[in-house]
Ligand binder design. Structure first.
Ligand SMILES: *Cc1c(COP(=O)(O)O)cnc(C)c1O
Length: 397
């Protein structure tokens, strides 16, 4: 395709899609390994991975074959019946998470909806009344549906859609006193990301997580960990909370879970499941159908066999070293933070300009918050890709 074809695809999209995204002016044709190729044949090193989704990159033939095989068998039957891929995917997800029960959804936001409903139902069944509260964090991000928006700590995302669901209180992330200040006898759950993503890539401190664990014991409440972005190996453990040794009562997953097919999940312990959602309380037509579960099953199989979390720990140590060295050199880098291959560079220059320059040099990066460059590459990157990224980024700063 030539530039004229590319422009006409962009014009067509702009004319017909609802304008909810300011898209970058590039049209992707395909992915290869950890690169994206545009319609004019240009290759870009991809340190965005479709927003932390494409953990296995674009060329895992075993993964692709699993999807093709499942398409030939059956893609959808509804949750009124059993299929092997769904049973297998749930078993594998339980194993890597240490949780007891899985519900598959179509997206991250929908997993959050399920987590909120699970917590409310649990508290209702325990206490025999409603009116419970959930504590969420400022600068958190949990998705765009009404329930997920209600627990998202960014005022400008919520404001136009008020009234949202009631009974939500906000505290400050990594400030346990602020959480204590809003926990009361009505609180049924505290919802956190172990590493705040959209908020600017802030890992929780161990003291904060321990403080939450303490509050759980004192108040008999549930801890809900949103692992949608920081989970599935990204931080060097299957789930980021495993770094802290504090198991949630309910957790959510999505993004890397399907590596490109739309699937999420919420999981809970048996203690929650015993009182929580029962037949009739929750459902989904598409959620966790055999097609997407064939993907989940294969993703986890590959991650376990190849020890992807171990690989992430190794490559991310090198990435961090290179980023810190770059920060020494460049005054425009104010902070380097993150966990595993979930990295943020806080910049003193407009981050949007850096994203544009990087793209012009063949590197795809994205932002988090207003001044943070977010690096969320496929988890299968090698040191040579880190070197290539650093060389390109260095030219942009
Ligand atoms: C992306 C994200 C969500 C929302 O997931 P969607 O699939 O976009 O609905 C929720 N929580 C966190 C932490 C996320 O990063």
């Amino acid at each position: 395709m030539n530039q004229k074809d590319t422009s006409s695809i962009i014009a067509n999209a702009e004319e017909n899609l609802l304008h909810t995204y300011n898209r970058y002016p590039v049209v992707w044709d395909r992915g290869e390994d950890v690169y994206l190729v545009d319609t004019e044949g240009n290759r870009y090193l991809d340190f965005a991975a479709g927003i932390a989704v494409m953990a296995l990159g674009y060329s895992n033939e075993e993964y692709k074959d699993a999807l093709k095989n499942q398409i030939d068998k059956v893609t959808h039957v509804s949750n009124l019946f059993y299929t092997k891929p769904v049973a297998d995917a749930a078993e594998r997800l339980k194993k890597i998470s240490g949780m007891d029960r899985v519900f598959f959804t179509n997206s991250g936001a929908e997993a959050i909806e399920g987590a909120i409903k699970s917590a409310r139902k649990w508290a209702f069944a325990r206490d025999g009344h409603t009116d419970h509260e959930i504590v969420a964090m400022q600068h958190s991000f949990h998705g765009r549906t009404m329930g997920a928006l209600s627990v998202t700590g960014t005022e400008k995302y919520r404001a136009p859609f008020e009234p949202l669901i009631p009974g939500i209180r906000f505290a400050d992330f990594n400030d346990i006193e602020s959480v204590k200040a809003v926990v009361n006898e009505k609180t049924c759950a505290i919802l956190v990301e172990a590493v705040q993503g959209e908020g600017g890539i802030y890992p929780a401190t161990p003291e904060f997580m321990e403080g939450l664990d303490q509050l759980r014991k004192e108040h008999d409440l549930l801890l809900i960990f949103d692992e949608i972005q920081c989970g599935m190996g990204r931080c060097g453990q299957y789930f980021a909370w495993q770094h802290y040794g504090i198991r949630p009562d309910i957790m959510t997953s999505a993004k890397g879970l399907g590596c490109g097919v739309p699937v999420g999940a919420f999981l809970m312990t048996e203690r929650v499941a015993e009182l929580s959602l029962k037949p009739g309380d929750h459902g989904t037509t598409y959620g966790g159908n055999p097609f997407v579960c064939a993907a989940v099953d294969k993703v986890i199989e590959i991650m376990e066999r190849e020890d992807i979390p171990g690989h992430v720990r190794e490559v991310s140590a090198y990435l961090t070293e290179r980023l810190q060295a770059l920060a020494e050199e460049k005054d425009s880098i104010k902070d380097v933070r993150g966990l595993g291959l979930f990295c943020g560079l806080e910049l003193s220059v407009p981050v949007g300009d850096v994203v544009t320059k990087a793209r012009e040099k063949g590197l795809i990066v994205i932002t988090a918050g207003s001044n943070v460059l977010r690096l969320v590459p496929p988890l299968v990157i090698e040191k040579k890709h880190v070197d290539e990224m650093i060389a390109k980024l260095s030219e942009c700063l």
